[in-house]
Design a protein around this ligand. Sequence first.
Ligand code: COA
Length: 245
Amino acid sequence: MSILTETVLPGIVQITMNRPERKNALDRACYQGLIDAITAAEADPDIRAMVLTGAGGCFTSGNDIKDFAGAAETGPRVAMDYLGVLSTAKKPIVAAVEGFAVGIGTTMLLHCDLAFAGKGASFRMPFVALGLSPEGASSYLLPLIAGSKRAAELLMLGEAFGPEIAHEAGLLNAVTPEGGALALAIEKARALAALPPQSVALTKMLLKRAQAPAVAETIATEGRLFGERLLSAEAQAAFAAFLKR
Ligand code: COA
């Protein structure tokens, strides 16, 4: 199973990306598993908060590059559906990051309500180096939370950065000792689950409401351009180089 779900405490479901032999790279089955897990949690009246994490000391190395390389054959990208479900979820989502959070592994944090990372975490949005372009509404939300200069640095240069910079950029609530992110995420999810659920949901809705139309529009526009870039010679050469290493 590439996505594991477990009720870790009453009212709290932990959703774990579990493909450790690929650093939890997300293939189509993983995205579908994430969609199913969030949809099930949203529909279950007993669930009040979700914790999103990765197995084996790694969050996720991002989209599976093999799937990127075969984009011409695979048709519509289920990643787009995942971003839609994640960005419009009504119940709180708390992320716990250890190890690598690459590509969508970083941008999905923009849609989580709270996010924590261990000291050893490493973030990167290598879209440009891969011949691609930003996704996940990062081109809209990152300048908003991090400022335009920091957003340009992280999205245009696309270098790896540590949890302190991720914290400064507004991607994280706090940095924990290495290995401590999940425990803190569960603690915060437990605090959320103990609060009146309708009030929590209303507050989440109000926090997202003003930006929601722009987020949806940006996800769609980025997705169209990203889909075109996937087929470009620049991107296909970058995927081939990664897969040949
Ligand atoms: N897609 C497909 N396979 C991936 C992958 C991905 N996104 N990330 C890692 N893997 C595979 C590697 O090819 C390797 O396979 P192998 O054992 O058959 O050689 C295995 O997972 C382990 O990864 P490895 O690169 O050996 O681990 P590492 O600790 O040295 O480096 C990363 C980890 C995440 C820095 C590195 O794997 C990486 O840069 N991955 C690509 C990230 C990326 O560009 N994602 C897309 C973003 S848009």
